[in-house]
Design a protein around this ligand. Structure first.
Ligand code: ASP
Length: 344
């Protein structure tokens, strides 16, 4: 149990570039021992918080983070929920938006901040962006107003911007400004001051306890449309053994070819019990099924609109619902509504 009223933050290091330093002997990049994090970021000592850490064994490049790892992150948070005021998850940037989305669906009634961050350059390098990202993520995880967390959500903090995790997407493999939230404004902007946009932050009912959902069904696929797509490809995907849910990344506001064969394949997959979720391949904006003839027939066939959801949130939401809901109808109903602020 917490022994003093000191603010306590748990850092969960899963892997990724941020936790790398040069091995003094070999010169190659190796993971940091977070027990000695203040040797690398002495500024952390000045925050005046009780900082503890848990490190994944082995640490993972985020390309190797999978649903089992999401469950592990959620369980660490659950086990330590009463002991800490907030959580900072250090994660590789490549799949950070997937993990943040998954956690947002897993941690129902969350009342403490879970802030994911990472960096484009290892923390052991002089020009690293990791130091600022880590320090500010901790400050946000610790921030309270009248004893309550200011941002009790799963968020990504990166390069001076705090965004809702399930609204965020990685868009640059080069710049420090690697993430953005195309369809929902930042929850906080960081300059000289930390400015929280209180009216955009989601606050759950304080009477409700944390519920952790652990089941994911990975029998899903994403099919990105392109001009010239052939029936054999669509058939190969929809015919995948045990496939239950298919995300079709459509053009513009949710449009797809009106070829007879394309609609036949869609209808046949739905008739076999499959669920199709229509998500736009545009970076921003929303699916509006029925706006054009090219989406009207999909709507009539029973395709569900993903509205303004990100691709990362759509696939994690679909896996979560297929793993959690009792019926196909329930999955379809929940896909269309916001569970954790992921759609407008
Ligand atoms: N490949 C790394 C990862 O996602 C990149 C990073 O950490 O930014 O784990």
């Amino acid at each position: 149990m917490k022994e003093s009223r000191e603010t306590s933050i748990l850092i969960i290091y899963t892997g990724g570039t941020i936790g790398m330093v040069h091995d003094p002997v070999t010169g190659s990049l190796i993971p940091i021992d977070f027990k000695h994090i203040t040797d690398h970021v002495p500024e952390l000592g000045k925050l005046g918080f009780n900082l503890q850490s848990v490190t994944f064994d082995p640490v993972r490049d985020s390309s190797n983070i999978d649903p089992d790892m999401w469950v592990k992150m959620a369980e660490i948070i659950e086990e330590n929920y009463d002991r800490y005021d907030g959580f900072v998850v250090l994660h590789g940037t490549d799949t950070m938006a997937y993990s943040a989305s998954a956690l947002s669906f897993m941690l129902e009634n969350l009342r403490k901040p879970v802030i994911l961050t990472g960096s484009q350059l290892p923390i052991g390098l002089l020009r690293t962006d990791g130091r600022e990202n880590l320090i500010t993520a901790i400050e946000i995880a610790a921030a309270t107003d009248n004893g309550l967390a200011i941002v009790p959500e799963v968020c990504i903090y990166f390069d001076n911007e705090l965004t809702r995790g399930n609204r965020t997407t990685k868009f640059s493999a080069e710049h420090f400004d690697a993430f953005n939230s195309p369809n929902y404004p930042a929850l906080a902007e960081v300059g000289l001051h930390l400015k929280y946009n209180y009216n955009l932050i989601r606050y759950t009912d304080p009477e409700k306890n944390l519920v952790v959902h652990r089941s994911f069904d990975t029998n899903v696929a994403i099919l990105k449309l392109f001009p010239g797509i052939g029936r054999n490809l669509v058939q190969a995907v929809t015919g995948t053994k045990d496939l239950k849910g298919l995300i079709i990344e459509t053009f513009g506001s949710g449009n797809a070819p009106t070829y007879r064969w394309f609609l036949e394949e869609i209808k046949s997959f739905i008739a076999r019990g499959g669920i199709i979720f229509n998500v736009t391949q545009c970076h921003g904006g929303s699916v509006e099924m029925g706006l054009y003839e090219t989406s009207r027939e999909m709507l009539a066939a029973g395709v569900v609109s993903g509205r303004d959801i990100t691709s990362e949130a759509s696939v994690t939401k679909l896996m979560h619902l297929l793993g959690t809901c009792r019926s196909r109808d329930e999955v379809i109903k929940c896909l269309g509504r916001s569970l954790a602020g992921e759609i407008t």
